[in-house]
Design a protein around this ligand. Structure first.
Ligand SMILES: Cc1cc2nc3c(=O)[nH]c(=O)nc-3n(C[C@H](O)[C@H](O)[C@H](O)COP(=O)(O)OP(=O)(O)OC[C@H]3O[C@@H](n4cnc5c(N)ncnc54)[C@H](O)[C@@H]3O)c2cc1C
Length: 421
């Protein structure tokens, strides 16, 4: 008897992780085809930053090579975009016009980078930072040009800026907010981060708005114009101002989308034959832009695709880490204090270690760390589990995990000890 057909749209981190989880549970259940618009096998998108920085190669970051698909009898169509879904006939149509039937469809189309709608955005040398092609274009530009401007001082923008600096470019980061990574860090940590990056040669314009990109005589981008009137020389402009879930395909097929394809706790869309995972999905009003939640989604979705029906996805606690060698920054949960919350602070100017914990009703709800982030995963776990931290208050700021774990073991054995012990 022929197996039911599972079609996956998107050969990225969430889609392929779901397949890996599915193969563990029900390797024989489906005949599987994966469509990916990029011409590559599945790779670790997170590690594009170390590739840009010269710390990894593109070969290093492949997660599943072509042989993996073959070994698991998965048909892979790379460089092939799916353009339409006909839900009543249960077929998809790809960019070549070819159609394919599905019994189950998994949407894992990720996100699209947001580009500022300003004059000059179409100039040569203006890029986003999302995939291998962008990374290669940045590497190419860094070998031929000197000045780069990165618009956006968030996680992605800073990783791009550091990578381009290491490649020998003079980089200025233009950021709308008053301090860097303002969605993950408080002002103190954001300022420490800026100082440390300035020591590495990066320049910053904070609270600065880009109004236009201006051409050089060659026709390529030549400068970034700010609202203040200042023009910053730029042979390369990287926009890293945010992402939006890639839902065009789902929307055109009539699937409800609100900042992502709406899914339930089993990652099923409103159409019971169609699931969505990863950055393209919106679960309980939230679309995620980091991999940890996507991997949790993948496990739950695979469980249901496998017909087991045991797991539920209930949302994730977000944690962020900047991947710039030598700079340790970690943030999780609600790191900004507001009425009803209490801050526990530790700051040491000499070692440049800063920690802020935010507590509400004896529960840790957020952590923001700069300089030493070893305790980050432990704090994240305390947040996730909603542990009563009253017994930990006096010790949880210690920077020696050994001491902390000993201290917490006695008063409250149910409390998880720091991961590193
Ligand atoms: C430079 C960089 C650094 C990052 N660093 C971190 C980090 O440190 N920590 C962290 O947690 N996260 C990080 N992220 C985010 C992380 O990479 C994403 O959260 C993750 O890759 C999302 O997985 P996804 O499968 O939803 O989307 P993607 O990995 O983007 O995969 C989606 C794929 O679907 C393809 N596709 C889209 N539409 C179609 C279609 N119609 N037909 C066929 N194929 C289609 C796309 O081309 C893409 O290959 C980083 C991202 C970038 C770009």
């Amino acid at each position: 008897m022929s197996r039911p057909k599972l079609v996956v749209v998107g050969n990225g981190m969430a889609g392929v992780r779901t397949l890996e989880e599915l193969l563990k549970r029900a390797p024989e259940r489906y005949a599987i085809t994966v469509f990916g618009s990029e011409p590559h096998p599945n790779y670790n998108r997170i590690l594009l930053s170390p590739v840009l920085a010269g710390e990894r190669t593109l070969e290093d970051i492949v997660l599943n090579d072509f042989a993996w698909y073959q070994d698991h009898a998965i048909e892979l169509r790379t460089g092939c975009r799916v353009d339409a879904i006909d839900r009543s006939r249960r077929i998809i149509r790809d960019a070549t016009g070819a159609t394919m039937h599905y019994d189950r469809l998994l949407l894992a189309t990720g996100s699209l980078p947001i580009m500022l709608p300003i004059p000059g955005r179409e100039l040569e040398g203006v890029l986003a930072y999302r995939d291998i092609a962008d990374t290669q274009a940045m590497l190419e530009a860094s070998s031929r040009y000197r000045h780069a401007v990165v618009i956006g001082g968030g996680l992605l923008g800073l990783e791009a800026a550091c990578g381009l600096t290491l490649r020998g470019m003079q980089v200025t980061v233009v950021h709308l907010a008053g301090w860097l990574m303002e969605r993950q860090l408080d002002e103190t940590a954001g300022t420490l981060l800026r100082q440390s990056l300035e020591e590495r040669g990066l320049a910053f314009r904070l609270a600065a708005k880009t109004t236009a990109l201006e051409p050089a005589q060659s026709g390529r981008v030549g400068a970034v114009r700010l609202a203040s009137g200042e023009a910053i020389a730029a042979d390369l402009v990287v926009m890293a101002i945010g992402i939006r879930p890639n839902t065009a395909l789902a929307e055109a097929a009539g699937l409800p989308c609100r900042q992502g394809v709406v899914v339930d706790d089993t990652l099923q869309t409103y159409d019971p034959r169609i699931y969505a995972v990863g950055e393209c999905a919106n679960h309980r009003g939230q679309a995620y832009g980091l991999v940890a939640p996507l991997f949790e989604q993948a496990r739950v979705c695979a469980d249901h695709l496998a017909g087991l029906g045991r797991l539920h996805y209930r949302g994730s606690v977000l944690a962020t880490k900047l991947k710039v060698t030598g700079i340790d920054v970690f943030s999780a949960g609600h790191f900004q204090a507001d009425p009803g919350t209490e801050e526990i602070l530790f700051s040491d100017d000499e070692t440049e270690i800063y920690r802020k914990l935010v507590v509400r009703e004896d529960k840790l709800i957020g952590a923001c760390l700069y300089g030493d982030t070893d305790l980050g995963p432990w704090y994240q776990e305390l947040i996730r589990l909603g542990v009563d931290i009253s017994a930990l208050r006096d010790v949880m700021m210690f920077d020696d995990p050994g001491q902390t774990s000993k201290a917490v073991a006695a008063p409250q054995s149910a409390v998880p000890a720091p991961a590193s012990t």
